[in-house]
Write a protein that binds this ligand. Structure first.
Ligand code: FUC
Length: 749
């Protein structure tokens, strides 16, 4: 029986990749299959990408931009789209893609006796996978983790009988055998060498060393052979030319440095480091499923699919999301891709890169509220790469200052459009949306130094729109050409289009970006002239409008959409993650937002994991706890794989992160200048406790509730900001001192 809240466990090995268990340290990742005789750990290193950087900006863009704009303004959609497809799309049309590093294969030499007592688990408390079984009377155990402080993967094999461990191990790379060399380096190490291909392809190295207690280790050909050991520690490392001039030396140096430690020391370093992040937040939604304690995670998930409710599976899902962020996004790693860092395919779905019309942003929704603020940094570092390339794209495609990116980016921060896919490709909003994460980070941390360092980036993102926006006949400042990701509209005459002027999402993102820039310049007391210019421009942006169905309009005109159940719900950006709409401040707009969500859902919306996760966050912001909870159940039922990975399908990690953020958002919101406690508690969550959630203003919040009513609320002030707290209709305002704790009492608790 396992601890329900802090682990995933299974009674059988993984049949396929979607049942394997993920481990990672932000940079180096593994999917552990837990097979008894032929263990497979599928490996990733975050910088193993095909090809080098390129300039894909279309040289014919700027010359044809006025004509495309005119065609759109004249309603000649088809002609505008045809010309845009040739002149605005990237040359070539696709960015670079992520690739797997390879596999570590361990072929155990067991005797033929009976196998029994099999189990495997992912211990979320310690970030360790364990595989355990008996062969005859001998118990075998593998513990596998990836250490951030030591930058290695560690695989520990033990047995209950002396001299019981014998195996052969090697590295491999996909079915295509896509590497150059696999060599024995000494009598206890192997190195795999390769290059990903393409112009300036990335050079990679993976290496593994075996340290055996008793028994022997040797190499034969390109296998490592361990014979009759009591216990073995395998230490694996990887490095690429993306970060190091000599990746092989880096790889071997890292292994040597790590192997100075005992296994216990490596384990200790790893646990200490991991728990500093993981332990910041606890969530308990009541332990009403105690009788199911001997059910494995996949069995519990199957029961939910059959209609069972399982609140401890919900809290496990929440903590698993936090675990995944800790494992796929660490200072100095790349940001989490569509698959985090876990990808098995040489040409993965959507290239396993960064889709920035929702997906990469969603990956970071839990970063602040779930108290993992420093894990946001890889995204910020990547924004700087985008900034450099995006200035070139802004100038060469659109003749604008500042910087821009379209709906995708890759390891090199490529900013030219991706694909020739009219519903998505020509959308110059990607960088703007990403930059809002800089502001969010500041709002949660109140780190003025960070804001000061980020201001130029926020400003350059805003500057692009100062030049790019066009005043239409009604005097509104609109984006053109653009799209409402990735939907199609229908004109009254039945004509269909995607490319358009002034889609609602664009105005909402620009509103948020200008607002952040304005507030940042006030806080930093700089750039008054620019601030005033933004204030003026912001007033002329189209405001969210209510259309004929009572819905928020998705486009500037009240067009119908081709797919009313479309997975993107871009025009509700202002509700979440934006804050331009909220029940307490814009009741009419939020009513219209409800209608919008209902229409989407009635027409089959939420059919991808990330779309469902977005819906959860939106219902949370609408303070509709029950509806949010129904969608959490749907996320588990329809969009969750046996290993709890989100299923787009296929596996795509954004739904995990969006779902995690949504669960937090039901318990605490802080986007309106106040800490709203239990703003959308589902009535089924009768009793519970959460500690360590973060709120804007630099606060940490612990809450407990019983029979659906707040029982205890404690606010920890980290920055000494004034605190405004709302619970039901009761409001409290008080000054705080940094480092002090404030227990609160409300008349209803
Ligand atoms: C966007 C979405 C798809 C998918 C892809 C990676 O294009 O519309 O559903 O998530 O990104």
């Amino acid at each position: 029986m396992q601890d329900l809240n802090t682990g995933l466990w299974y009674k059988q090995p993984a049949n396929d990749w979607n049942e394997a268990l993920p481990i990672g340290n932000g940079r180096l990742g593994g999917m552990v299959f837990g097979r008894v005789h032929k263990e497979r750990v599928q490996l990733n290193e975050d910088s193993v990408w095909y090809g080098g950087p390129r300039d894909r900006n279309n040289p014919d863009a700027l010359e044809h931009l006025p004509q495309i704009r005119k065609l759109l303004a004249d309603g000649r959609l088809k002609e505008a789209e045809d010309l845009a497809a040739l002149t605005l799309t990237g040359t070539p049309e696709t960015q670079r893609h992520y690739e797997p590093l390879g596999d570590l294969l361990i072929n155990m030499k067991h005797d033929d006796s009976d196998l029994s007592n099999y189990s495997r688990e992912l211990d979320l408390d310690h970030a360790i996978t364990r595989v355990q079984y008996s062969i005859g009377n001998t118990g075998f155990k593998r513990e596998i983790f990836t250490s951030y402080p030591d930058q290695v993967m560690v695989i520990r094999l033990t047995a209950t009988r002396a001299n019981a461990i014998s195996f052969q191990t090697l590295l491999d790379r996909a079915e295509a055998r896509n590497y150059d060399e696999l060599d024995a380096l000494s009598n206890n190490s192997l190195v795999m060498r390769g290059e990903t291909g393409g112009k300036d392809g990335i050079v990679f190295r993976g290496a593994v060393k075996a340290i055996a207690e008793n028994g022997s280790v040797k190499t034969l050909g390109n296998h490592l052979i361990v014979d009759k050991a009591n216990a073995v520690t395998l230490i694996l490392s990887a490095a690429t030319s993306y970060r190091y001039e000599d990746p092989e030396q880096q790889c071997l140096k890292t292994i040597e440095k790590a192997s100075v430690n005992t296994y216990q020391e490596l384990l200790q370093n790893h646990i200490e480091d991991y728990q500093k992040l993981f332990k910041r937040v606890t969530l308990n939604l009541g332990d009403d499923n105690k009788e199911d304690a001997d059910l494995a995670t996949d069995e519990r998930l199957d029961l939910v699919k059959e209609g069972n409710e399982d609140l401890s599976l919900v809290s496990t899902y929440f903590q698993f999301g936090r675990y995944l962020l800790i494992s796929s996004s660490r200072p100095n790693s790349l940001p989490a891709t569509l698959q985090g860092i876990w990808n098995e395919q040489m040409l993965p779905p959507w290239d396993s890169k960064f889709t920035i019309n929702i997906n990469a942003q969603m990956n970071y929704w839990p970063a602040e509220i779930c108290n993992l603020s420093e894990l946001h940094h890889p995204l910020f570092e990547h924004i700087e790469k985008i900034k450099t390339n995006g200035k070139k794209t802004a100038e060469s495609m659109y003749g604008c200052r500042g910087f821009t990116a379209h709906h995708n980016t890759d390891i090199w921060g490529d900013t030219a459009p991706q694909d020739i896919y009219m519903p998505a490709s020509i959308w110059p909003m990607g960088a703007a949306w990403l930059c809002l994460h800089l502001w969010e980070h500041f709002e949660f941390t109140r780190d003025v130094k960070f804001l000061d360092d980020s201001y130029d980036t926020l400003k350059e993102a805003a500057l692009f729109f100062v030049d790019f926006l066009i005043e239409n006949e009604e005097g509104l400042l609109i984006t053109t050409p653009s799209v409402s990701p990735e939907n199609t509209y229908i004109l009254p005459n039945g004509e269909k289009g995607t490319l358009c002027e002034g889609p609602s999402m664009d105005s909402q993102i620009i509103f948020a970006l200008f607002t952040s820039c304005i507030e940042a310049s006030e806080i930093l007391d700089i750039d008054q002239t620019f601030r005033e210019q933004l204030l003026e421009l912001r007033d002329k942006l189209p405001k969210p409008k209510i259309g004929k169905h009572g819905q928020i309009q998705e486009w500037l005109e009240d067009y119908d959409e081709e797919e009313p159940g479309h997975r993107h719900i871009s025009h509700l950006f202002a509700l979440y993650p934006g804050k331009q709409m909220s029940p307490n401040h814009t009741p009419e707009l939020t009513e219209a937002a409800k209608v919008t969500l209902e229409r989407r859902l009635q027409s089959g919306g939420g059919h991808t994991g990330w779309s469902r996760a977005w819906i959860i966050n939106m219902w949370a912001r609408l303070q509709e706890g029950e509806l949010a909870y129904q969608n959490i159940l749907e996320l588990l039922k329809s969009s969750t794989l046996p290993n709890l990975f989100d299923n787009h399908p296929p596996f795509q990690i954004d739904g995990n992160f969006g779902g995690t953020a949504g669960i937090a958002e039901l318990l605490l919101q802080s986007h309106n200048g106040e800490l709203h406690l239990l703003p959308a508690l589902p009535k089924q969550w009768t009793t519970g406790k959460v500690t360590g959630l973060k709120a804007r203003g630099g606060f940490e919040v612990d809450l407990s509730w019983d029979k659906g009513e707040l029982k205890e609320a404690v606010i920890h002030s980290l920055e000494g900001e004034k605190c405004v707290v709302l619970y039901n209709n009761e409001r409290k305002e008080f000054e705080t001192i940094a480092g002090q704790t404030y227990p609160l009492t409300f008349s209803e608790n």
